[in-house]
Design a protein around this ligand. Sequence first.
Ligand code: FES
Length: 103
Amino acid sequence: MRKIKVNILRGCETGSGEYKTYAVEVEDGTVVSVMNILENIYENQDHTLAFFSHAACRQAACGKCMVKVDGAVKLACKERVDAAEITIEPYCGKVVRDLICEA
Ligand code: FES
């Protein structure tokens, strides 16, 4: 198993967000996306985490799962996580909740 430290900027919709840190374990050799990481946190650690999820897409087609990963805007369903630590933030300033931005 490899452990990934995940820092997520949450609560910006209230005017002052804060980083929450989670530890996610994944099988060695498994390819994981940012979306996989967010779903893992939601399902196993924190049901209050809000992020865009489109079960019918997840193929970089709809473009709605954008987040900032280590400062760069990426599609969560496409962006692979290879690092031992990542930081995920909303991609824009108009935050609806946590990682969900107004389009
Ligand atoms: S879920 Fe559609 S682009 Fe990521």
